[in-house]
Design a binder for this molecule. Structure first.
Ligand code: HMG
Ligand code: MG
Length: 302
């Protein structure tokens, strides 16, 4: 097993250093917008990203370099990355499915990338037209290119609790995929509750399994909020030492290949929840509200 998953920083029950600082990984411009059928102007996408950085978010997933045949809304990922005003201290990331996407992302000066696969074979096939093993093969050259340029690679595992095509997913399946992503060089695994129907009990069971082998500081929570339990699920993760959460401004979002799933948990709701619980995160709540209002204007009517 890779040295990457040697326990460090925090291990539940170990008395390791536990921080109250939470990092939000903003996915609104990518996960949020990818599901909108009405094509949004590049200028509006750029404005959204700029409002998010002005709101103090330091990790922003700006776009995805996927096939425009699969996700037309992301066809302008390059112009969006080119057009944003780069704020210092902000990491501008993009989702990359394969070598072709990686080459394009590099051309447009991406700071960090995310590769994505799933714990369920059926979702992987529907989302990326390949098996889980094939998706990992596709990532090998991508990660090689990233290493050469000192670009950090994050890994998403979708359908960590259930799959829209094949039903419940066992925690052990998630662990197997997470380990492989860490072994090939991902610095962090984002656990995708793609359908947004996970309960805190299911999240507990998942984390109990994962934390046997993967330290909490290599994990992030990515909750869609179809059933309204995302904040409870974040609380369950916090109790297990996770300190990174994905969120989407204004609750924008969904995945075109996860029918019925609603948007990610709203960034501003996560901030309020964290502050109420006594955690800190580096955002300017008032400025974030401007981004939220703007995101609301981009939402599909009805
Ligand atoms: P494929 O059809 O198997 O691949 O798609 P292909 O290599 O045969 O390519 C098909 C066409 O796409 C070709 O064009 C390629 O050139 C082109 P043609 O010859 O037909 O004109 N192509 C590309 N174009 C631009 N950029 C690229 C690229 N690659 C190929 N990078 C592929 C395989 C992975 C490309 C496709 O299935 C795909 O793009 N899937 C992405 C689907 C997607 O973006 N889903 C949403 C993101 S994942 C998500 O939301 C979940 C997450 O939020 C976590 C959670 O909530 O669980 C992360
Ligand atoms: Mg998602």
């Amino acid at each position: 097993m890779s040295a990457l998953i040697a326990p460090n920083i925090y291990w539940p029950g170990s008395g390791g250093a536990m921080t109250d600082e939470v990092i939000l990984y903003e996915v609104g411009p990518r996960d949020g917008l990818q599901n909108q059928t009405r094509v949004i102007d590049v200028e509006k996408k750029i404005e959204l990203v700029n409002l998010l950085s002005a709101g103090g978010l330091t990790k922003i997933e700006v776009a995805s370099f996927v096939s425009p045949k699969w996700v037309p809304q992301m066809a302008d990922a390059g112009p969006v990355l080119d057009g944003i005003t780069r704020a210092s201290g902000v990491t501008y990331a993009a989702l990359v499915p394969n070598e072709r996407g990686m080459r394009a992302a590099l051309q447009h000066g991406v700071d960090e990338i995310a590769v994505f696969t799933a714990a369920s074979e059926a979702f992987c096939l529907n989302n990326t037209n390949c098996s889980i093993a094939e998706s990992l093969d596709r990532f090998a050259p991508v990660i090689e290119m990233a290493k050469h340029r000192d670009i950090a690679v994050r890994g998403y595992v979708s359908t960590v609790v259930d799959c829209p095509y094949s039903g419940p997913v066992a925690p052990r399946q998630v662990l197997a995929v997470a380990r492989q992503l860490l072994d090939i060089g991902c610095y962090q695994i984002s656990l995708g509750d793609t359908l947004g129907n996970a309960t805190p009990e299911q999240v507990e069971a998942l984390l109990t399994c994962l934390l046997e082998e993967v330290p909490a500081d290599h994990l992030a929570g990515h909750f869609h909020d179809t059933s309204g339990r995302a904040l409870d699920n974040i609380s369950a993760c916090l109790a297990h030492g996770l300190r990174v959460f994905d969120a989407s401004i204004g609750g924008l979002g969904g995945c075109p290949y996860a029918p019925g799933a609603s948007g990610n948990v709203a960034t501003e709701s996560v901030v309020d929840h964290l502050l109420k619980l006594g955690y800190s995160c580096s955002v300017d709540r008032e400025k974030l509200q401007l981004a939220s209002l703007f995101a609301g204007q981009l939402k599909e009517p009805g």
